[in-house]
Design a protein around this ligand. Structure first.
Ligand code: NDP
Length: 517
């Protein structure tokens, strides 16, 4: 117990072990062996075997068995909250609500809706009336999940549940700084009697993630930074493995002139500082209409002053710790750049002396797009606010980004909200609320632009775990000689030409047939 020597994210350090620390105290929590590349390959091979037996079960049966996981996770909720809060440095409220509760809900929803989502689809053919088609959802095989540290339970387990219910096996490589959470989840999984090799966890650095992609997986769900995503997508491309990319965000919040000021201010504070701002959908920039700018800024300052920050293991705090020192450097760099270019610090702006890594909840006013804080992902407890003159200006600035994950609009006018939501370039736009769409697990979640592609959650996520296989049948006994086959003759060409004119040539019969299609 208790080595106070946090070394941060050790991606570059070749090592045979991973050390995991409590970011709020610096305490060494565990030192774990890195899974060797050879073991990664062995684990994937075992998962493939287990998958073959699992995939032949009807989806209803798989869903029924997987529901056991919900009971097991619910029973061990306290342990999960404890390990998530300790290893991530986040308040226990957040570990309970954002991670454990969302996961329990997700397991139930996915198990209930997977049979419908994966049901065979019959496709009526408009032209080839003599044939019938159906589309089956076939599991991909072994799904590799490479996940980040900021939501070490719900992010990987959300994909694990979708993968398993769809008939796949799943191997997860959690972040090197939060491996204990997934190892706890695996322990709970093993207690349910589900096939042991069907779900596995490998431990290690980025190289272990790379080894997982090279170990013969059939699909990869990656969640992490844009730059890592590029490398992972390239590695998948090299092997022609399809993938889902859940990458960074730079969520704008538009505070319209008619917004409910109190709710908007509270949304800025919660959306900006939950999980210490280390959320891909954090409020990362605020565009406030000039008529509400001054009171909003003032109210945000007051509310931030009421936040309590500290070690979540010691007390009920609102803000916990920063995961590793590099993230503090990023926050400091953004703040310094903004101050140099004319921003004002309303509150915070400094790191807090250890033990543990803390950065004060920081609000910057008078920001503009020359500042990195408005353009690059912060992923820390810093919220920049900019004054705008109109909705049009706010939308233009919101869209002036290489990222497009979440966006938020605050207004009392439903029609205005719709208009703005349609114009903002993002995977999700949330009106008069923040962060909540991630917990609406029946809806697709994911980004556009460099925030990635593919979707987690909802029916889309379950289906993305499958390939779509088309089965085509004859409806009537087919003739021995098919008029579309050989030999090609002048006569057959003539009849085909007449048929084409009849169907598509613009005459009244063609029109009438066309309407039927
Ligand atoms: P990273 O990109 O650093 O790491 C993500 C995962 O990839 C980790 O498990 C990491 O391992 C692994 N990895 C690193 N290099 C490679 C490689 N070459 N091949 C395979 N795997 C590799 O992200 P962070 O963990 O720092 O997470 C923060 C980022 O994640 C932010 O940008 C955030 O916006 C984004 N994110 C996006 C979400 C979304 O849904 N769109 C949700 C949550 C976060 P290791 O940790 O050991 O280096």
């Amino acid at each position: 117990m208790g080595q106070l020597a946090f070394e941060g994210k050790e991606l570059q350090r070749p090592a045979h072990t991973v050390r995991t620390y409590a970011p709020a105290s610096g305490e060494l929590l565990a030192e774990l062996p890195v899974t060797s590349d050879e073991d990664v390959r062995r684990i994937v091979a075992r998962a493939r075997k287990a998958q073959a037996a699992w995939a032949v079960l009807p989806v209803e049966e798989r869903a029924t068995r997987l529901l056991r996981l919900r009971d097991a996770f619910a029973e061990r909720a306290e342990d999960l909250v404890e390990v998530v809060s300790r290893e991530c440095g986040k308040p226990r409220h957040e570990a309970l609500v954002h991670e454990v509760t969302t996961l329990l809900d997700l397991v139930g929803w996915v198990c209930k809706h997977a049979p419908g989502a994966l049901a065979t689809e019959r496709v009526p053919l408009h032209l080839m009336k003599h044939r019938s088609s159906e589309v089956h959802h076939v599991p991909r095989g072994v799904v590799g999940v490479v996940s980040p540290w900021n939501f070490p339970l719900i992010i990987p387990m959300g994909s694990v549940i979708s993968a398993l219910v769809a008939g796949n096996a799943c191997v997860v490589k959690p972040s090197e700084v939060t491996p204990l959470v997934m190892l706890e989840a695996k322990k709970i999984y093993d207690s349910t009697g589900l096939p042991e090799d069907l779900f596995a966890v490998v431990v290690g650095y980025g190289a272990t993630g790379q080894a997982l992609i090279e170990a013969g997986i059939d699909y990869c769900v990656f969640t992490g930074a844009v730059e890592t995503g590029r490398r992972v997508a390239a590695a998948c491309g090299q092997r022609l493995i399809p993938c889902t990319m859940e990458l960074g965000g730079k969520a704008p919040l538009l505070a319209c002139e008619d917004c409910d000021l109190e709710r908007t201010a509270r949304a800025v504070v919660f959306g900006g500082f939950a999980n210490c701002g280390q959320v891909c959908v954090s409020v990362e920039r605020v565009y406030a209409h000039e008529r509400v700018y001054a009171p909003l800024v003032e109210r945000v300052r007051t509310l931030v002053g009421e936040l309590r920050q500290g070690d979540p293991a010691q007390d009920f705090v609102d803000l916990g710790a920063i995961i590793f020192p590099k993230q503090i450097d990023v926050a400091r760099r953004h703040v310094d750049d903004a101050l140099k270019k004319g921003a004002r610090v309303l509150c915070g702006g400094r790191s807090v002396p250890g033990p543990g890594q803390f950065f004060e909840a920081t609000v910057l006013a008078d920001c503009d797009h020359t500042m990195t804080v408005m353009r690059e992902e912060i992923f820390g407890p810093v919220v920049p606010i900019m004054r705008v003159a109109s909705d049009d200006e706010a939308v233009a600035l919101a869209n002036d980004s290489h990222l497009g994950l979440n966006a938020y609009v605050f207004t009392r006018d439903r029609a205005r909200a719709h208009r703005l939501a349609e114009r903002i370039e993002a995977g999700s736009v949330v009106v008069n609320d923040v962060l909540s769409n991630y917990a609406a697990i029946e809806t697709p979640f994911g980004g556009i632009k460099q925030s990635g592609f593919g979707r987690v959650h909802g029916v889309d996520a379950i289906r993305e775990m499958c390939t779509r296989k088309h089965l085509s049948f004859d409806r009537v006994p087919p003739p021995p000689r098919d008029p579309f086959w050989y030999p090609y003759t002048a006569k057959s060409f003539h009849w085909l030409q007449r048929g084409m004119r009849l169907l598509f040539g613009g005459g009244s019969l063609a029109k009438r047939i066309g309407e039927l299609f």
